[in-house]
Design a protein around this ligand. Sequence first.
Ligand code: DUR
Ligand code: ZN
Length: 149
Amino acid sequence: MTPVSESEPMDPQTAFALLRHAREARTHAYAPYSHFPVGAALLAEDGRVFTGCNVENAAYTVGNCAERVAIGKAVSEGARRFLAIAVAGPDDSVACTPCGACRQVISEFGPDLPVVMPDGPDRYKLTNMRELLPGAFGPASLAAAREGR
Ligand SMILES: O=c1ccn([C@H]2C[C@H](O)[C@@H](CO)O2)c(=O)[nH]1
Ligand SMILES: [Zn+2]
């Protein structure tokens, strides 16, 4: 997939391609408890795409979200710089915004990282963590506390 710059507006071809990867990943969702399958696709700066799906558990609280599975896969394979993440919930006509835990994890890797969500068959919504998680606790918060700021 063609790498794009994070500062550029998301080009529609890349957005739709990433959404296709997220929908494909959604087919692997393990969601026997919620029946709410989610897929995610994360585009790394080097062009690699890392996908994830939600992985639930009989001990409900240890289930993981699609976004964090994708980020974990990417980081464990050496990717840390990302250009966009697409998230596809069960219904392509309703944008599925990342949960609070995922907002925190996405924010770690880029407050401005474009988040693409399907919004009908040929439309998508774009947002980022600056919008969804304003005032996030991040690496700078740790440094500020250490230095007494
Ligand atoms: O953005 C989201 C929102 C929810 N879920 C998962 C968690 C759980 O398995 C199911 C219902 O919340 O959907 C995700 O993977 N990503
Ligand atoms: Zn989540």
